[in-house]
Design a protein around this ligand. Structure first.
Ligand code: DCM
Ligand code: DCM
Ligand code: DCM
Ligand code: ZN
Length: 298
């Protein structure tokens, strides 16, 4: 997601933290981030192009090697994240590190920034962050509201901005208020209770066929950085559930655009995309809050 998508998820999450988690998060964010997950929302994207954090760039997505243009969507833990440099392993890694009492405070802080305050639980709800085709749609040129851009960018940013302008006076806060009310009123295409059917921060993903591991021999980058240096990360069950849910929208919605049309003008594409964006941002906010509550206020 772009900056406003991340802010939206962060502000929604703030509404669902328990008092203890809220205190922890506010204290750890401090005044630099106005003590809010909403205003801290761009840290991970801001640092990913800094030299010291270059290694984190590929942790924002998983390249699912499926075939959404032929209606076949899937995410496989080992096929798609075999080298453990992807958002699935990163969520597992930083979730574990956040509550690892043997780590120094500076590392806990970084883990909290990645897992909690920041991007991982937010980006996994963007369907094109769970898709390999054309680097998550970055290589697919589309025209949106007269602007030549790419499929990834319109899902990260442009369609949300158009909706903010058309429906919410350009205000992220109004949009957040609307989504929070809709969560409270259970006013989405899928019941809110089902969004939280997977919440365990420790339940591992289990390998059905261990021999499949042999397919994944990608060498680790030699300096794959401190945080992913562990021999293996134990993948978690829930991130894969969320990833499959996002990836499903690649088949039902994302890749249904018609070539040569303006996908954001009057046609059905934008109209079918907006409810998906609303649902995914709302779900992501509630899940982020729930995950942090489980970790910080068990
Ligand atoms: N991205 C993705 N999948 C890829 C490559 C990139 O989801 N295989 C995302 C990361 C950024 C956006 O696309 O949100 C633009 O990436 P970059 O800045 O690397 O061009
Ligand atoms: N590699 C990896 N994870 C990364 C970057 C690279 O597993 N984040 C792998 C891909 C290659 C090897 O490391 O097999 C060397 O990569 P490079 O050509 O980027 O040095
Ligand atoms: N990368 C990584 N971990 C590293 C080194 C690189 O995740 N230790 C990522 C950052 C880049 C990609 O792999 O997006 C290519 O890396 P490089 O610039 O080293 O070829
Ligand atoms: Zn993106």
């Amino acid at each position: 997601w772009g900056a406003d998508g991340h802010r939206t998820v962060g502000f929604i999450a703030m509404e669902f933290l328990t008092p203890k988690t809220l205190a922890f998060v506010q204290n750890s964010l401090g005044t630099e981030f106005n003590r809010s997950l909403g205003t801290a929302a761009t840290w991970a994207d801001d640092v990913k192009n800094e030299q010291a954090f270059l290694w984190s760039k590929n942790l924002h997505f998983v390249d699912a090697e499926d075939d959404p243009m032929d209606g076949s969507c899937s995410v496989h833990e080992l096929r798609d994240c075999g080298n453990q440099i992807c958002i699935l392993a990163a969520i597992a890694n930083y979730t574990t590190r956040l509550v690892d009492k043997s780590l120094p405070a500076t590392e806990t802080q970084i883990a909290l920034k990645f897992i909690g305050e920041l991007y991982l639980l937010r980006d996994i709800s963007q369907p094109l962050h769970v898709e390999a085709v054309a680097a998550g749609g970055n290589g697919i040129t589309v025209t949106c509201a007269g602007k030549k851009t790419n499929l990834h960018a319109i899902w990260d940013t442009n369609m949300l901005e158009l909706n903010l302008d058309a429906q919410f006076g350009g205000s992220v806060q109004s949009y957040v208020n609307s989504l929070v009310s809709r969560i409270q009123d259970d006013d989405f295409s899928e019941p809110v209770s089902q969004w939280l059917s997977c919440t365990s921060t420790t339940e591992p993903f289990t390998v059905v066929d261990p021999s499949k591991r042999a397919l994944h021999t990608t060498a680790r980058h030699p300096d794959v950085a401190r945080d992913v240096r562990a021999a293996t990360i134990t993948p978690l069950a829930c991130p894969l559930v969320w990833a499959r849910e996002s990836n499903g929208f690649d088949c039902t919605t994302v890749f249904t655009f018609r070539n040569g049309t303006d996908v954001c003008n009057t046609g059905n594409y934008l109209t079918s995309a907006i409810p998906v964006i609303d649902l995914q941002l709302a779900r992501s906010g509630l899940r982020l809050a729930t995950w942090l509550n489980e970790l910080l206020d068990p």
